[in-house]
Ligand binder design. Structure first.
Ligand SMILES: Nc1ncnc2c1ncn2[C@@H]1O[C@H](COP(=O)(O)OP(=O)(O)OP(=O)(O)O)[C@@H](O)[C@H]1O
Length: 281
């Protein structure tokens, strides 16, 4: 383990692990009559503790990539190394979050967060202390004893975030976790996620359709081409942390967003109005 400095000069213990994605591609229906290359080949080296986002058109293979890194889906070519070890089965020291919060309706928010302790046989007292701490950090103490149906969508997703982080995994994989939230709640949850990540700096792969969210959260953004997705740009984001909730105020924010949008326009993912476009009257 190494010690590093956050941009706000708070020493943190770095606990993430490196992930290497080398020449990885996925072909569905391999060996059948109709093989389909869904993504790749892709090379991405992620240092320990980096927060990386992946953006790209719908269907370019972002979720497929995440499932392969998690060891939940086999890659067709190449290799994936997590902390130097080849991923050949589901990795365990990981927190995974999806768009759906996946909270159990019959458990309170607190008991949902304690699921890891119960399933993995972890030290209940230690996890409970951490859980209370995280609920407090997100100003959600009042929600601890409520059931999911009694919480708003944003609160449910923040409880899910706590559950993803409570066992302090070295790797966090998130697939469009805020996709179902309204714009205002998304801002809050994005800021909450950054705060939680800054505590320990696990390695994060974050999939999003929101370019602004990617710039707001990431050390680095991978831009993928439409299907089959390959890496078309690899952008280092140097905005200081913690990032402001209203990102428009951050210098250079707009230039990162523009750079990514220009890729999307060039690749036909976004269709702009060109000077030749005729407007029907
Ligand atoms: N099990 C599967 N069998 C066959 N094709 C699949 C399978 N899973 C995904 N695909 C296809 O692979 C491609 C990539 O899918 P994937 O879900 O990874 O894309 P994505 O970039 O995450 O999309 P979105 O942003 O819409 O979630 C899509 O064309 C999808 O239909």
């Amino acid at each position: 383990m190494t010690l590093s400095q956050t941009s706000e000069k708070t020493p943190v213990e770095k606990t993430g692990v490196p992930i290497a994605i080398r020449n990885v591609s996925k072909v569905f229906g391999e060996g059948g009559d109709n093989p389909f290359r869904a993504m790749g080949p892709v090379d991405i080296d992620i240092p320990a503790g980096q927060f990386i986002s992946v953006v790209g058109a719908s269907g370019c293979g972002k979720s497929t990539l995440m499932l392969m890194v998690a060891g939940l889906m086999k890659h067709s070519t190449g290799e994936i190394l997590c902390d130097g070890k080849a991923v050949t089965k589901p990795i365990t020291n990981v927190g995974i979050a999806f768009q759906d919060h996946l909270l159990l309706e019959f458990r309170t928010a607190f008991d949902n967060v304690m699921l890891h302790a119960d399933i993995r046989g972890l030290d209940r007292q230690m996890i409970a202390d951490r859980a209370r701490d995280l609920f407090a950090q997100l100003r959600l103490e009042h929600a601890m004893d409520k059931y999911p149906r009694q919480l708003s969508g944003g609160m449910r997703q923040r409880v899910s975030l706590i559950r993803t982080l409570v066992h302090e995994p070295d790797v966090i994989l998130m697939d469009e976790p805020f996709g179902a939230l309204d714009a205002l709640t998304r801002l809050q949850v994005r800021t909450d996620l950054e705060q939680l990540w800054l505590r320990r700096r696990p390695t994060v792969i974050f999939i999003t359709h929101s370019v602004e969210e990617a710039v707001g959260l990431s050390d680095r953004i991978i831009v993928m081409s439409p299907s089959p997705g390959v890496v078309v740009d690899d952008i280092t984001v140097t905005l200081p942390r913690p990032r402001p909730i209203v990102l428009g105020d951050a210098p250079d924010f707009a230039s990162y967003v523009d750079r990514i949008h220009q890729h999307f326009e060039r690749m036909g993912v976004l269709h702009g109005i060109t000077p030749q476009t005729k407007i029907a009257s």
